[in-house]
Design a protein around this ligand. Structure first.
Ligand code: BMA
Length: 821
């Protein structure tokens, strides 16, 4: 196969203008205009409006490329486009090649008739997506949510680009993925599909091959399998006239792939080469992890289970929902994705849901999930919209599904395919204009077309009709006792955090709570005069119109009124972290009945108030530090009610856990009023209540506001506590915190700065931060009892700039809840 890359330098312009400007591919219109200094940063203040206005124009891209005689003599010469966003007219040497209408598809167009030896030009015009959906919406109205431009379901373009309740309206355009010219001779590999069969004596890898042939004659395919430790097995098949073959490898003593927390992630490489007359004419490499992975749905005493079962082990899925990493898609980068995945793994995730309103992620996203052990819940790209099915639209989405399934299906991390986000529940529970035709279209698309395609192209992975769903057919999609659930009553419904404890969902795939990003992030998009949450600019970066009111409502329920803007940002993050912790700990205490807690949402695509635990600069909010603790494989958690506290241990490891649960009733100063300890043992993959403390009748109302319970778990054979925490008997706003005197010292070690911090009295939610730099701490937003000390590491490799110990000392800022008011 010969290849001419068309990535890199292009020229672009608005079709109405004369002058061309430099462009970079893969990239986008907004990115090129920004790089050329034609527009300001669309994320700054209210510049989003100007960026949106750009989307009402058409843009053209062009470049030249050199074609050799060798390329032109190939049997087939194709233009291979991995991502065109979205309404594109492609011309080569002035001749029309194709029109496309789907940014999620991979296109290959025959351009042999249009190219010539020497210089050639390619020219792509992108028509305005905003005008297109406006025109289509005027003909046929299709429902979508308020935060988005009306009509987005008409176009196969990532929905969030038209605005979401956490994202700006910047419907960008351009060549957003790689593009090349490829020349094939003799034949090409049309399909390489690897199936696994796990048996008692090993794993059978069945490599199914389909070739395309351009000339009669002999073709051969060589298939090699390389084990994780480099051992090679190979096999060759000869094709004379047939086009299909299957090559079976028997792998004895297979090294199994496990998700994070359960074992290693060994990967086998499958290499396939198509040979003609001794020459390699096409090739493909796939990395495969050997595992069985299914969703167990079996009737039980509570209804029907919904759990990932991997290599025969049912696991509790821990993770978050993933959205696109930027609005300007050309800024995606492997290092950024890898950091997010590493941050997820550091917070003990074993699962991630790719939400349906964005994009099908890059190959490297799945490679990283394979490598780090995250099970991917993969939505098809449909979310919160009503879709009208015409023949063309059905054909378009069918091809989109096939392209992406064939690209992704071999990955060990792939857990399931899901039809859409929230459309089944919308049809049952939400209010929008409903017609029988659109309802039938829903069924055709999500319960016939897509499952059929998954069944044909990836029969080893489950298709799930929607998230949430009970299995389809509009059967109580958000039911508590079966399928997955999106639970939003805490937050959208203003219910208290304790409401999570009323529900025993089988798998909660969405629940969330908003917060503001930290001050350093707010500074990037505001001027000093904007720094009030109700200012015009702050509200431009708050896409859920009711959200500021909700944050303030929950604030009034829990904390004192913050003294300034920065304290309010900090308090909002504490509320978010506490809320999600309430839910996750409750569901993990009920492990077995509930088998998944995937919070909304992991990341942001721009700087904004949102449900994310990591902001668009990669900064961890309080929630992400909390996640590291509430998703820990061994979790000691407290369920409080009045003056009663139940302590439970959840063991998500594959070993029995033994140790001591230690508790103390303490006052807000340094006194320990009561204490006790209890030996506990919890079998693998189990959760159990281990201790009930009851102080009823022992504490008057003044004492209830000045005492609290501290608890920790010390694992047998270890001196370090695995988990510690504190519970109050009253809301934090009513607790009589004493002014803490926080003292800290910093020491330099090889990989980290070690900060020892101590408090003279009980201090809650101690935050460590660097004033003029970024860095990750081993722990943050933690509580300290009076007289106690904690050691926290600040990892050197996480620092945004090189810093000396003196700079760290000068830069470190420390605060706790007491200081917010
Ligand atoms: C869920 C998601 C998103 C949305 C989020 C917050 O329903 O599926 O559509 O951004 O809630 O409202």
């Amino acid at each position: 196969m010969l290849k001419i890359s068309l990535n890199g330098d292009w020229a672009m312009k608005n079709v109405r203008e004369k002058d061309w400007i430099p462009a970079v591919v893969p990239g986008s219109v907004v990115q090129d205009l920004l790089a050329a200094g034609k527009i300001e940063d669309p994320f700054y203040r209210d510049n989003e409006d100007a960026a949106l206005a750009l989307s009402y124009d058409d843009y053209e891209y062009r470049r030249s490329f050199e074609v050799t005689e060798e390329m032109l003599s190939c049997d087939q010469v194709v233009l291979h486009c991995e991502g065109l966003d979205t309404l594109a007219d492609i011309r080569v040497n002035g001749q029309f090649v194709a029109h496309t209408e789907n940014m999620h598809r991979t296109y290959s167009f025959d351009i042999k008739p249009y190219v010539r030896i020497g210089q050639n030009t390619i020219h792509i015009v992108f028509a305005s997506p905003s005008k297109y959906i406006e025109a289509r919406q005027a003909e046929t109205e299709l429902w979508g949510p308020d935060a988005s431009l009306p009509g987005f379901p008409h176009l196969r373009k990532a929905h969030y680009m038209f605005g979401w309740d956490w994202g700006p309206m910047i419907p960008d355009a351009g060549i957003w993925r790689k593009i090349s010219v490829k020349g094939f001779s003799y034949g090409k590999l049309h399909e390489v599909y690897v199936r696994q069969k796990h048996q008692d004596d090993g794993v059978q890898l069945d490599v199914q091959l389909q070739i395309e042939r351009f000339q009669p004659g002999k073709l051969a395919v060589e298939v090699q399998v390389v084990s994780p430790d480099g051992q090679l097995v190979a096999s060759t098949v000869n094709f004379s006239s047939e086009l299909f073959a299957s090559v079976v490898f028997q792998i004895e003593n297979p090294q199994l792939w496990w998700p994070n927390g359960y074992g290693e992630q060994p990967l086998y490489e499958v290499r396939v080469q198509l040979l003609a007359e001794g020459l390699i004419v096409d090739s493909k490499q796939l990395c495969v992890g050997l595992r069985t992975l299914r969703v167990r749905r079996e009737k039980d005493e509570w209804g029907e289970s919904f759990e990932f079962e991997i290599n025969g082990v049912s696991i509790f899925a821990k993770g978050a929902n993933y959205i696109p990493e930027d609005n300007l898609l050309g800024r995606r980068a492997r290092v950024k994705t890898e950091q997010l995945i590493k941050d997820s793994v550091e917070a003990h995730f074993n699962c991630i849901r790719v939400w349906g309103g964005g994009i099908y992620p890059e190959d490297e996203f799945f490679e990283l999930c394979d490598q780090y052990g995250l099970i991917v819940w993969q939505d098809f790209m449909f979310a919160c919209g009503v879709y009208g099915l015409t023949d063309d639209f059905a054909e378009n989405v069918a091809q989109e599904a096939i392209d992406n399934i064939r690209r992704i299906r071999h990955h060990a991390c792939l857990g399931l395919w899901c039809g859409n986000n929230e459309m089944e529940t919308a049809w049952v529970n939400w209010d929008f204009p409903k017609t029988p035709k659109l309802r039938t279209d829903y069924i055709k698309l999500f319960e016939v077309l897509l499952p059929d395609i998954v069944h044909t192209h990836d029969p080893q992975t489950m298709y799930w009709p929607s998230s949430p769903s009970s299995g389809g057919g509009f059967d109580d999609p958000n039911a508590e006792d079966k399928g997955d659930v999106h639970y939003w009553e805490v937050w959208h419904g203003l219910k208290p955090f304790t409401d999570y404890r009323k529900f025993y969902f089988r798998f909660c795939s969405e629940f969330g709570f908003q917060s503001f990003p930290g001050y350093k992030t707010v500074e990037t998009y505001t001027l000093p005069e904007d720094r009030n949450i109700f200012s015009y600019v702050m509200e431009k970066h708050q896409k859920n119109k009711a959200a500021n009111g909700k944050i303030l409502y929950y604030l009034s329920e829990n904390f004192k009124y913050p003294k300034d803007f920065d304290s309010l940002l900090y308090a909002s993050q504490l509320l978010q972290a506490e809320a999600i912790k309430y839910g996750v700990e409750h569901w993990r205490r009920n492990r077995g009945r509930c088998m998944g807690a995937i919070y909304w949402q992991l990341n942001d695509c721009w700087p904004v108030a949102s449900w994310a635990s990591i902001d668009s600069f990669g900064r961890w909010k309080a929630l992400h530090y909390f996640a590291k603790k509430f998703y820990a494989p061994i979790l000691l958690s407290a369920q409080d009610e009045g003056l009663k506290v139940d302590l439970a241990l959840t063991n998500d490891t594959l070993d029995t856990v033994r140790g001591q649960v230690v508790w103390k009733l303490r006052d807000h100063g340094q006194a320990v009023l009561q204490e006790g300890a209890s030996e506990v043992e919890v079998a693998k993959l189990q959760a159990r209540n281990c201790l009930r403390l009851d102080f009823t009748g022992q504490l008057d109302s003044v004492q209830q506001r000045s005492t609290y319970v501290e608890f920790s778990f010390v694992r047998e054979g270890e001196t370090q506590e695995v988990q510690t925490g504190t519970v109050l008997f009253v809301k934090a706003k009513h607790f009589a915190f004493l002014p803490p005197h926080l003292e800290w010292s910093v020491q330099e070690k090889e990989r980290q700065f070690e900060i020892e911090i101590r408090s003279d009295v009980y201090a809650k939610y101690i935050e460590l931060a660097l004033k003029n730099a970024d860095g990750k701490f081993s722990d943050n937003y933690f509580d300290l009892s009076g007289g106690a000390a904690a050691k926290v590491s600040l990892w050197k490799e996480s620092l945004s700039k090189l810093m000396t110990i003196d700079e760290i000392r000068r830069n470190l800022s420390v605060r706790s809840l007491f200081e917010i008011s």
